[in-house]
Design a protein. Structure first.
Ligand SMILES: Cc1cc2nc3c(=O)[nH]c(=O)nc-3n(C[C@H](O)[C@H](O)[C@H](O)COP(=O)(O)OP(=O)(O)OC[C@H]3O[C@@H](n4cnc5c(N)ncnc54)[C@H](O)[C@@H]3O)c2cc1C
Length: 618
């Protein structure tokens, strides 16, 4: 079938219009007044990404103007929470700029809660400030819309284009409009990937009746990882998936409850179970258990152990705090501005948190780079902070030239959240403009053949379906193709059962991972035969392919790190202890685009902040 192709040439192409993408579009215009800036979004930028339904808190704000925190403090905090494994150059760089981002949000009309006594932003915790954030996303989207030359909604980017004159240099991206089916070719001098994290790669707790309900946005499908992995960009810390403790069945957030309402958890017998697991945890991770605050994974660990020992269900004690009418209002509003579904779940289960302590659960694992975890692309840091191993010319540039990343895309820089992701988008865009101004993107060439080849590949699932459907005599099972949902469920089971999902209480080992990799390889083979009956299913097919490639990378990394660095996120049963002697390092992988084989290496983790202080002291 003849299909319309739309060509668009630009200087900066932003893939994904979420928090990082909107930040990138905004900042690119600031530094690159005359540049052509295009943003391509899979959904609609006004309500897309992880912040689509709003937030109740901005989780990363230093408050430097009042000396509440300094960037060094945030680096120490993130380092502690991630059991030592962060890129401190990236974290510091984000933290020193994040306040200016939040001040712009304030100017743009985001309703910020204020402390009546001090006039400062109302703190929920040391790093979080409270907002009435239902319209958070439309507000930042407006800034991007006013900055970019054009925003394309409803286009899914499936592949990056590569320059044909210089090896390892990006040349743009291609994708399709999932409403019209048109093929889009974006030839670009630089590409900023800001396509969010990855949910639904591990089997979720909610299947069947609740399928689709996950904690991280269900539409986050790992494009942020698959796009760079496919062209040979290096990735880091992909084993560092995250498991969340959340209100059961609705995944309602617990942050405001712990921090603002001062609620606490207990086991079914009303005991503080975390204390019970202290010695056991110390045996596994040593002095890390004595750190303050307790790293998120270790709190999960106590939860998981207590449940396995028969102490469940675990409850959040809300009945005390909810006697205060103000706190009761805050408790409900917290959901209404962010996770309405949790309030609905409670209503359907006759739970009024004023009288009944609601149940908590630990989620299935997610892969992302902006929360209490730091999986993602291996990027260059800023010139003034990064040691040589971490610096190759342009801030937030991946190991592919001209290809930049921000937000969930970028590995090593945890605890960015919404404000930090927007900030990282700004940093990446500033560097991308400089890359163009330094004439590093001259002569990029993308041939029509490259574009035509991708066109054939992208629409193949439609072809598979059209041909194969004639063989079906009943139901949906075809001898010639698998549907995206069938492929997704197969992927989720592999990851769940072999790579440390909920089926095994997050446990895996080298033998299981080896088998998992085998099954993933066969899945990849079968995905050549995925069938799509319409453009929406075509999107599902490509989401699945991106998830599968991301999963392979996660499994390879999990295999490589022979220790249990983050108990509570996952366990290597064959190496059940944290091993600082051999594994106090970052893991970095590269997939060879020609052979599809991964190679992995250890890279030193530099504790820059404390080194700086040691030097000053001496
Ligand atoms: C339930 C939940 C609660 C949270 N709570 C808080 C909180 O209280 N405070 C806080 O500060 N942060 C919070 N966060 C974190 C915050 O939302 C993320 O850190 C932030 O959104 C990450 O930004 P990003 O741009 O990397 O990803 P996103 O904002 O998710 O944006 C990614 C964008 O890329 C698009 N995209 C994906 N694939 C493609 C493709 N192939 N082609 C084109 N476009 C694509 C997506 O549609 C999306 O718009 C929360 C997140 C979740 C899910």
């Amino acid at each position: 079938m003849a299909r319309k192709t739309i060509f668009e040439d630009c200087d900066i192409l932003v893939v994904g219009g979420g928090m990082a993408g909107t930040g990138a579009a905004f900042e690119a215009r600031h530094w690159g007044r005359d540049l052509k800036i295009i943003c391509v979004e899979k959904a609609n930028i006004d309500r897309s990404g992880a912040v689509a339904q709003g937030l109740y808190a901005i989780n990363c704000y230093m408050g430097m103007q009042w000396d509440e925190n300094q960037p060094e403090d945030h680096v120490r905090y993130a380092r502690n929470d991630l059991m030592g494994m962060v890129r401190e150059d990236l974290g510091y760089d984000m933290a020193r700029h994040v306040d200016s981002t939040v001040h712009m949000f304030d100017e743009w009309g985001l309703p910020m809660m204020k402390n009546e006594k001090t006039g400062r932003y109302l703190r929920e915790g040391k790093w979080q400030i409270m907002i009435h954030g239902e319209s958070y996303k439309p507000i930042v989207a407006e800034a991007a819309k006013k900055s970019a030359d054009k925003i394309y909604n409803r286009i899914m980017i499936t592949h990056l284009l590569m320059d044909e004159t210089k090896e390892n240099r990006v040349g743009g991206a291609v994708g399709f409009n999932m409403r019209t089916g048109d093929y889009y070719v974006f030839r670009a001098k630089t590409v900023i990937v800001a396509a969010g994290g990855a949910s639904h790669i591990f089997k979720p707790r909610a299947v069947g009746e609740g399928m689709g309900r996950t904690w991280y946005a269900p539409w986050s499908n790992g494009s942020a990882y698959a796009l760079p992995i496919a062209v040979g960009a290096k990735m880091t810390q992909m084993e560092n998936r995250i498991v969340l403790c959340r209100f059961k069945d609705g995944y309602g957030p617990v942050g405001a409850y712990f921090l603002h309402l001062k609620t606490y958890t207990q086991n079914a017998n009303g005991e503080n179970y975390e204390k019970k697991w202290y010695e056991h945890t110390k045996e596994m991770v040593g002095e890390y258990i004595d750190h303050h605050p307790t790293p998120t994974c270790l709190r999960n660990h106590a939860f998981i152990q207590e449940t396995m020992a028969g102490g469940g269900p675990i409850h959040m004690v809300t009945t005390e705090a909810f006697q205060d009418p103000h706190l009761e209002t805050v408790g409900w509003e917290n959901f209404l501005g962010m996770t309405v579904g949790q309030a609905v779940v409670w209503a359907s289960q006759n739970i009024d948190p004023k009288y009944t302590n609601p149940e908590l659960t630990t989620s299935e694992p997610y892969v992302m780079g902006s929360h209490a975890t730091c999986s993602g692309a291996w990027v260059s840091g800023p010139e003034d902070l990064s040691p040589p191993e971490y610096f190759w010319g342009y801030n937030r540039m991946l190991t592919v030239e001209g290809l930049f990343g921000a937000g969930d895309t970028v590995g090593g820089s945890a605890h960015k959240f919404s404000s930090g992701s927007f900030t990282e988008g700004r940093l990446a865009a500033k560097a991308a403009v400089k890359y163009i101004q330094d004439k590093k993107a001259e002569g990029v060439k993308v041939s029509d053949t490259q574009c035509e080849n991708f066109k054939e590949i992208i629409y193949k699932p439609l072809e598979n379906y059209t041909v194969g459907r004639n063989e079906i005599t009943g139901g949906t099972v075809s001898p010639s193709y698998i549907s995206p949902i069938q492929g997704l469920q197969r992927l989720q089971r592999i990851m769940d059962e072999y790579v440390g999902g909920i089926a095994t209480n997050y446990m895996t080992n080298a033998n299981m991972l080896k088998r998992g990799l085998e099954l993933l390889e066969w899945l990849q083979e079968d995905l050549e035969n995925v069938g799509a009956e319409d453009y929406h299913q075509l999107m599902r097919a490509w989401e699945l392919k991106h998830r599968a490639l991301t999963s392979q990378c996660v499994t390879e990394h999990t295999m490589f790190r022979e220790e249990t660095r983050w108990p509570g996120y996952y366990y290597r049963g064959d190496h059940l202890k944290l091993d600082d002697e051999n594994w106090h390092c970052l893991t970095v992988s590269r997939r060879d685009p020609k052979t599809g084989k991964f190679t992995l290496e250890k890279v030193p983790v530099y504790h820059i902040v404390d080194e700086k202080e040691k030097k000053q002291a001496s």
